[in-house]
Ligand binder design. Structure first.
Ligand code: CA
Ligand code: CA
Length: 229
């Protein structure tokens, strides 16, 4: 199976930069800094392949300070008429994701000015949905069993589109730092996700969104900072 090869390649990429000690390692990579609320600052990501998905693992590292009682978008994937996959900080502090319709909500430790490693996993066949914080899984929810995420949309960081790459709302915009956004078309294991958090494992090459290889287009006030992630 070519997965073994992909795994080996990804490991080789990581090895020289991995300390082997918890989260102290990491590697130099880009971090997008959104310094303030806007309705026009965002980063568009070109995925490795279309997001026709019946399962996924979506991970990111996020730092954001409390911004009052407002919803904050963490990730948006939209086709012309639907928010296919949105990840939110809700106004009550819960973290949620929505697959074109009602969302699923998680009570997690609050995000902070220090980077948090967040992952979300979902499988259509089981309906099992979970959020992961620094390698630890939330309670499972049952959500959207049988659903399929549709392809040919646009992946955006920083804004929630309410039309195809438009109708942004500054009140929902992301303020803070985001990096290491990766997506797989399957549910990774707990061991894999812990390893991603600690930069210290064998993990399949991200095959939907690959932070190191994807093309990014920046709009508005977004700074690209090089940092150890
Ligand atoms: Ca909106
Ligand atoms: Ca929207």
């Amino acid at each position: 199976m070519c997965k073994m090869l992909m795994l080996a390649v990804f490991l080789l990429c990581l090895l020289p930069m991995t300390s082997g000690f918890g989260n102290a390692g990491g590697h130099l990579d880009k971090v997008f800094l959104f310094p303030k609320q806007t309705n026009d600052s965002f980063v568009k990501i070109t995925p490795v392949k279309p997001l026709r998905l019946t399962a996924f693992t979506l991970c990111m590292r996020v730092a954001t300070e409390q911004q009052g009682k407002r919803e904050v978008i963490l990730f948006a994937y939209r086709t012309p008429y639907f928010d296919e996959l949105n990840v939110w900080i809700e106004s009550d502090g819960r973290i949620s994701f929505y697959l074109s319709g009602d969302g699923v909500y998680f009570n997690l430790p609050p995000l902070s000015t220090f980077r948090t490693h967040l992952c979300f996993t979902w499988s259509s066949s089981t309906g099992l949905a979970a959020a992961w914080v620094n390698g630890q899984r939330s309670i499972y929810r049952i959500y959207k069993k049988g659903h399929t995420i549709r392809p040919n949309g646009i992946v955006v960081l920083g804004q929630d589109p309410d039309s195809f790459l438009g109708d942004f709302d500054a009140e929902q915009s992301f303020v803070g730092e985001i990096t290491d956004v990766n997506m797989w078309d399957e549910v990774l294991t707990a061991k894999d996700i812990k390893g991603l958090y600690s930069h210290n494992t064998l993990v399949y090459m991200p095959n939907v969104i690959h932070w190191r290889r994807a093309e990014f287009d920046k709009y508005g006030i977004v700074e690209e900072v090089k940092d150890y992630i």
